[in-house]
Design a protein around this ligand. Sequence first.
Ligand SMILES: [Ca+2]
Length: 324
Amino acid sequence: MERMIIDTDIGTYYDDAFAVLLAVNSPEVKLEGVTTVYGDTRLRAEIACKILEFVGAPEVPVYAGVGDPLGEAEALMFGFEGEGVFDDGRPIKEPEKEGAVEFMVRLVRENPGEITICTLGAVSNVAAAIRQDPEFVKNLKHLIIMGGVIVPIVDEKGVTRSPVEEYNLNNDPVAAKIVFDSGANITLVPIDVTLRVPMTQAQIDSMRTATSKSGQMVHRILEPWPEQERLIYLSVGIPTEHTGIWLHDPLTIAVAYDPSLVTVAKLHVAAEYAPTVILRDMLIRNDILRTIPKKKAPNMNVAVDVDADRFTELFADRIINGGF
Ligand SMILES: [Ca+2]
């Protein structure tokens, strides 16, 4: 049984919510809490509360965390967070009074070697916990990070997604560097791997007719998604259009209890700032974090391949038949 904290920027993309739903429907996981990060973490916590309440798991506590990145960048909210989720109103369940960082530090200290944290957004909360408690890294069992790009990728539309563009780590590069340099037991699940796990159309259709609460919530979140996605892409200047419903964050949860879903390589991954040409902006920026594999002693396990069919089938089955 994996005792897990999900640390998430839930609300902006669809897949954080899917990750929480997968965890709730996985008997291999004891979900100790959901912590929120990046931007309006109070609103994100309310979204998590609503989802847990809706599917019948209101006992899972939710904690609002660090909203402002540790560096100078400002957090970006897109303005539609909660659409679909709040269709039938706000939750009765409320976030805990304790903050996310305090909760992480307390739980990990009280349960040395027991707790796995899966981060699905910027790693600001984890970096703050590392700063707050010198024993945190030693006591943490496993830190699984959805983030970074290791192998630059070209998407189905021919758009090069260069190593500088991964959202989660670049939303707080200062925090990412603290975490990478911390000595924690890290598994990195980079976006070049998660872009290989889109749901099939048949799986998406199966959510439409699902009778489970989780299936209904997935369907509800996907309804307003195409327009939200279009606005996100426009606002960040990526000239692309809809290509898939990728299960970035859910894969990160499943890896915690079934590592055989991915092939991992032990690598030294450096979080570096370096002058970086951003072709689409015709700019050179030096505040961007790059995740660069190096020939040094490994500092993490990095997912480099995934059994995509087995994972997406697992996800669909759990959401439809998992009991919540
Ligand atoms: Ca996320």
